[in-house]
Design a protein around this ligand. Structure first.
Ligand code: HEM
Length: 424
């Protein structure tokens, strides 16, 4: 793999002066399209006027997630960074400081730690359904965002008044809907993020000053009390960023909920299989939703330790983009990659580099998403709910998924009508 003995290879290089606009326009297809065109898993381009290396596939993911080679510092454009992770977050730490902070996330989000979040989400869906029965139509994306916002606030110990549910949901959703764009959607995200950060920071400050009690051991309480590897507590702004790092992406699971509902609609055989099956079939369906549908197109890093891979030199400081979407559909690892087939996961041994919608490698030492287990569990709740607990009509609507928009979602948000309890 990595070797200094391999002779230097000529890496395909884009002829354009800069590909930033093409990347924003082509989004999910930017890297896969060019990798196919050049017949190479790796090629060089220029982004924001600097050279950048793009790569795709499991071998590339293995290289990208090799410990200590990449940092996330200065890897993302500031507009994306401030909406998704923001300054002070675990994503921008490296080495021992990252390991220590990440351990806190894994304690909160590791398998078995979020059972209550799953129960709360299932209960919120059940309550919401009784209201949906009285409505002409429901946009699943929007409704799921609210369900998840209620559940995650209760679970994390963040106090949420009934009167502010709508506003807080909008703020959290605007962050991930704005991250992949430039212009009004991005500005709106920034404005709503600033308001949300003020709200969460105040909660942390009130708890620390004894003006408010957070439920003992809740994620909000753990983050407010957390001490970094230097023994110091997080400043209130960083603590708010990390709490939002649980709230925002949990609400973003609404995108997978929407795709799960779309998949149940568009793949009746798969829907039948999951209805007739048990937990295994639910899990396979959720995994296939994560593999098949777009979420983040790519992840960016910068080389901290120079290395050579397959004859290609990765100099210090070089920006590197790893293709997440294309790797999940790589025909070398997935048979019939463009078909929705949950049964492919029946005997899946698990592989940290072929299925990487939430990053790859090791959760503790790499930047791989600590929310992967809860994402799968919450998607399973949605599959069971939309697949078995309720019945509904799917009126005519625009279900196209535009791969040039980040995040890609069905244009209509997936509208359902005439909602009723199953079997009623
Ligand atoms: C909704 C589906 C989700 C997707 C598609 C997703 C995707 C990702 C990706 C691609 C990364 C970056 C990996 C890298 O830099 O190499 C990441 C990191 C992260 N995610 Fe997620 N995520 C999701 C849900 C969640 C959830 C539910 C949580 C928390 C409850 C979460 C918390 C985080 C955190 C804290 C990081 C930074 C980890 C680190 O730098 O070590 N994510 N996620």
């Amino acid at each position: 793999m990595s070797s200094t003995a391999t002779p230097e290879r000529k890496i395909p290089r884009e002829k354009t002066l800069d590909s930033t606009v093409a990347l924003l326009r082509e989004a999910y297809e930017f890297i896969p399209r060019r990798a196919r065109r050049y017949g190479s898993d790796v090629f060089e381009t220029r982004l924001m006027l600097q050279p950048a290396i793009c790569m795709t596939g499991a071998e590339a993911a293995r290289v990208f997630y090799d410990d200590d080679r990449m940092t996330r510092l200065k890897a993302m454009p500031p507009t994306v960074l401030t909406l998704l992770q923001d300054k002070g977050s675990v994503a921008l730490l490296d080495g021992a400081a990252h390991y220590h902070r990440k351990a806190m996330f894994l304690q909160l989000l590791g398998p078995g730690s979020f059972d209550r979040l799953v129960d709360l989400t299932a209960a919120e869906f059940a309550t919401a359904a009784t209201q949906w029965e009285r409505r002409d139509a429901v946009v699943v994306l929007e409704a799921a965002q609210e369900v998840l916002c209620r559940a995650v606030c209760t679970w994390t110990g963040v106090p949420l008044e009934e009167s502010e549910v709508h506003q807080r949901t909008r703020e959290l959703a605007a962050m991930f809907h704005g991250a992949g764009s430039i212009g009004p959607r991005q500005w709106r995200g920034q404005a709503l993020r600033a308001r949300h950060e003020r709200w969460v920071r105040q909660i942390i400050e009130d708890a620390r000053a004894g003006r408010r009690t957070l439920p003992d051991g809740s994620p909000a309480d753990v983050i407010a009390r957390h001490r970094d590897s230097d023994g110091q507590p997080l400043d209130a702004a960083a603590a708010a960023v990390e709490l939002i790092n649980i709230l925002r992406p949990t609400v973003a699971v609404a995108i997978y909920v929407t795709f799960a509902a779309l998949a149940l609609h568009e793949h009746p055989h798969a829907a039948e299989r999951v209805r007739a099956g048990g937990d295994g079939e639910l899990e396979q369906f959720a995994q296939e939703v994560r593999r098949f549908y777009p979420f983040f197109p790519l992840v960016g890093g910068r080389v901290v330790k120079p290395f050579t891979w397959n004859g290609v030199e990765f100099p210090e400081g070089r920006r590197v983009l790893l293709d997440l979407y294309g790797t999940n559909r790589d025909p070398r690892h997935w048979e019939g990659p463009d078909e929705f087939r949950p049964e492919r996961f029946q005997d899946w041994p698990g592989d940290p580099y072929t299925l990487i919608p939430q990053g790859g490698g090791d959760h503790r030492t790499n930047h791989r998403c600590p929310g992967e287990w809860s994402t799968i569990a919450l998607t399973k709740v949605a599959v069971a709910f939309f697949g078995s607990s309720i019945e509904y009509d799917v009126p005519e609507q625009d279900l196209r998924v535009d791969l040039s928009r980040m995040p890609a979602i069905p244009r209509s948000g997936f509208v359902i009508a005439n909602v009723r309890a199953a079997g009623s």
